[in-house]
Design a protein around this ligand. Structure first.
Ligand SMILES: *[C@@H]1O[C@H](CO)[C@@H](O)[C@H](O)[C@H]1NC(C)=O
Ligand SMILES: *[C@@H]1O[C@H](CO)[C@@H](O)[C@H](O)[C@H]1NC(C)=O
Ligand SMILES: *[C@@H]1O[C@H](CO)[C@@H](O)[C@H](O)[C@H]1NC(C)=O
Length: 288
């Protein structure tokens, strides 16, 4: 006991120094670059909070400094309050090129008191068309909530406040490409999409309410970062919990609860859209 209490601070230092995983927490100023919006993106409280705003002339956005290949990504967002119809707040991972991979959270605004839609999609090698949409079980404009993306070799999971809302499994053996060999960055933006976002484009942005503002904090990338063609994770390090994380039966139940009660749209059930048959990942049976 004496040994541990004397050396605990030292041990922690040692572990932090030798860890090959990057855990960035709490300072967006350090983790991201503002990439567009001409002053509409603002760091507050020494980088603890970043706000994006949108007016008639422009939206705004930022991206992570790091590139990643696998990780658990958390961000806390407080969405545009009141009349946010026509606005879209996006938080996603994306690689470069014409055969890109992408994992999307998009928050579709609405009139005051009407529900936001959380729109999700997964692109692999440039092909998306895998939308699932959800309502939320809370008001996402009243407080910050945590939206997470888990991306590991066996699946992609979207989480809201730690609750899984969607799982996209690696079913590569069945011929569905899986994101595994292109590094992605994290991006966020606030923009106008009133041609489709709210009630399919029926409700337009009310510019008299501008500027619209969304807030971000506590970005946490527990991830393998890449630089100069090398990963921060060596193969022996791939025993981090998130790297092999699967949905246990409790998580499966939580996922079912969201899908039964809050799902608005599921491409896998949209038979009219796929007259030639549903996408392969919607039909294959896997272990869980
Ligand atoms: C929302 O709208 C109400 C009434 O118009 C206003 O008093 C309030 O300040 C608005 N809230 C925000 C966060 O803009
Ligand atoms: C990634 O894998 C796909 C198919 O497995 C291949 O077409 C593509 O060229 C690969 N890209 C890189 C950068 O290795
Ligand atoms: C907005 O509210 C309407 C009416 O409740 C609802 O049908 C729609 O799904 C909501 N969300 C969006 C993004 O359109």
């Amino acid at each position: 006991m004496a040994f541990y209490s004397c050396c605990y601070p030292f041990l922690i230092l040692f572990l932090v120094a030798t860890s090959s995983f990057v855990v960035a927490f709490g300072n967006l100023y350090k983790d991201v670059d503002v990439t567009w919006g001409d002053g509409r993106a603002k760091f507050l409280n020494d980088g603890k909070i970043l706000t994006l705003s949108l007016d008639k002339a422009s939206g705004s956005g930022f991206q992570s400094k790091n590139e990643y290949l696998y990780g658990m990504f958390d961000m806390q967002l407080k969405l545009v309050p009141n009349n946010s119809a026509g606005t879209v707040t996006a938080y996603y991972l994306k690689s470069q090129g014409s055969s890109w991979d992408e994992i999307d959270f998009e928050f579709l605004g609405n009139l005051s008191g009407d529900p936001y839609i959380v729109h999700t999609n997964v692109y692999t090698q440039g092909k998306g068309d895998r939308e699932q949409q959800f309502y939320l079980w809370f008001d996402p404009t009243a407080d910050f909530h945590t939206y997470s993306i888990l991306w590991n070799p066996s699946h992609i999971v979207f989480y809201v406040d730690g609750r899984p809302i969607r799982e996209f499994k690696n079913v590569e053996p069945f011929g569905v490409p899986y994101p595994k060999n292109q590094t992605m960055r994290m991006y966020s933006s606030l923009w106008n999409a009133d041609d489709w976002a709210t009630r399919g484009g029926l409700v337009k942005t009310d510019w008299s309410q501008a500027p619209f503002t969304a807030s971000f904090r506590n970005f946490n990338a527990n991830a393998c970062t890449w630089s100069n063609g090398a990963s921060s994770c060596s193969s022996s390090n791939n025993n981090k919990p998130w790297f092999s994380q699967e949905l246990d039966s409790t998580s499966q139940k939580k996922l079912k609860w969201v899908q039964n009660n809050y799902m608005v749209y599921d491409y896998c059930s949209d038979t009219n859209r796929f007259p030639q048959g549903r996408p392969v990942e919607c039909t294959v049976r896997t272990n869980n």
